[in-house]
Each structure stands twice: as structure tokens, then as C-alpha cells.
Design a protein around this ligand. Structure first.
Ligand SMILES: N[C@@H](CCC(=O)N[C@@H](CS)C(=O)NCC(=O)O)C(=O)O
Length: 215
């Protein structure tokens, strides 16, 4: 199967899009992209809603017109369609453990950063949760979200003091989500990695030094 028939709808500044872009780069794939300008509200336009009624990026559209939304679903499709350079593991145990770590990073780290920024950014008033429904911001949540990010950092440091990569001894999709989370937290809520987190900094230097990190 070739990648020419695929199309990735994505946005340059979107951390969820970056999770997929890094994944694609790690697999050495070239997939045509279509930019969706979130600042201009293109995700709400009828044309894009026909592609993804959830009104979020990224979305992968297959040659037969099938739309796949949700980052882990897009990554899973690409892993199965293009098995080279596996990022979800190669046997049942590895696959389960990588899925477990990736999910923890997404729920505890990535989602906490998203919650912190979406509940405070003036431009996201009435849009505290991305998607088809409008939600008011709850500024009181922000401090708790930041506490969750701080706890995520501590847990990550403990983990990376024991293993080389998030899910064990090999780079995986869990490292992609963790890298995007750290960069997102640094940029969006001014929470870079804490000074004394030497294990995480060792890991960060390695994963951010891979060519895929620029995707
Ligand atoms: N659960 C979705 C989340 C996607 C998401 O929240 N994307 C953001 C960009 S990072 C978005 O499209 N936001 C549009 C908006 O805020 O209206 C996924 O995994 O793809």
C-alpha cells in the first residue's frame, strides 16, 4: 500500500497534530497534508465538518474516503498498514505495555496541560473543551491542572530513573506523547521540566534530538 492515497488534515501549531507528524516521520513515511487553520475557525466550516464532525484535528482520510479521527486511532492504522519501524511493540506483552504507558502519559500529562491552557486562554472563552459542543472555562481548574502536570513530571522522573524510554528499553509511541507533552507544557503553560529532573532531561535530550522531533 502506498501513502499517496492518504491525506492528513492537521494544523501546524496543534500538539495533537504533532503527535501524528512525529509518528509518520519515525516510520519514514510521506503523507500529503492539508492545513486546517484553527485560528480562523476552519475546523467549524461545513467542508471540514463533513470530514470530521468532531471539528478537531488531526484526521486521516483514506483513499476510499474513510475518515479516521483520534490520534491513537490514526497511529494504530499507520502502524498496521505500514509495519516498518514499529512504534507499538512487536509482541503481545510489548504491545500491552506500550499502550499502557502511552495512555498514562496522555491521560495524566497531555490532558492536564490541555485542561490548564484551555481554561485560561482568552481566545478560548466558551471553548474550554475542543469538539462539537461549547463549554465555558472554569479558571479555578487551572491550578489543579498544573498540580497534575507537576505530579506527572515527578512520576515521569521516577520512571525514567529506571528505564531508558517511557515504555522500557525501546523508543515507542509513548515517548512521542511524552515529548509533545513536555514541549506543550513548556510553551503553553510555562512549565518546563524541573531543574533537578536529571533522568527526564537525559531522556529529553535523546528523544528531542531525533530528526522526527522537528516534525
Ligand atoms: N481526542 C482528539 C483531540 C483532538 C484535539 O483536541 N485537537 C485540537 C488541536 S490540538 C483541535 O482540533 N482543537 C480545535 C478547537 O479548539 O476548536 C484526538 O485525539 O485527535
Amino acid at each position: 500500500m502506498t501513502t499517496e492515497s492518504l491525506k492528513l488534515y492537521q494544523s501546524g501549531g496543534s500538539p495533537n497534530s504533532r503527535r501524528v507528524r512525529i509518528f509518520i516521520a519515525e516510520k519514514n513515511l510521506t503523507i500529503p497534508t492539508v492545513a486546517v487553520d484553527l485560528g480562523k475557525g476552519e475546523q467549524h466550516a461545513e467542508a471540514y465538518r463533513a470530514i470530521n464532525p468532531r471539528r478537531v484535528v488531526p484526521t486521516l482520510v483514506l483513499g476510499d474516503g474513510t475518515s479516521i479521527g483520534e490520534v491513537p486511532a490514526i497511529q494504530r492504522y499507520l502502524e498496521d498498514a505500514f509495519p516498518q519501524h514499529p512504534l507499538f511493540g512487536t509482541n503481545a506483552k510489548e504491545k500491552a505495555l506500550i499502550t499502557m504507558w502511552e495512555r498514562r502519559v496522555e491521560l495524566e500529562g497531555f490532558a492536564s496541560v490541555m485542561e490548564a491552557i484551555r481554561n485560561v486562554l482568552p481566545g478560548l472563552q466558551g471553548r474550554a473543551i475542543a469538539g462539537p459542543h461549547d463549554y465555558e472555562q472554569i479558571p479555578a481548574l487551572v491550578e489543579r491542572s498544573k498540580q497534575r502536570v507537576a505530579n506527572f513530571y515527578s512520576d515521569l522522573e521516577a520512571r525514567l530513573s529506571e528505564v531508558s524510554f517511557v515504555a522500557g528499553d525501546r523508543y515507542s509511541v509513548a515517548d512521542i506523547t511524552a515529548l509533545v507533552t513536555v514541549d506543550f507544557a513548556t510553551k503553553a503553560i510555562d512549565m518546563p521540566l524541573p531543574e533537578g529532573h536529571v533522568a527526564t532531561k537525559r531522556w529529553y535530550a535523546e528523544v528531542s534530538g531525533r530528526a522526527s522531533a522537528g516534525a
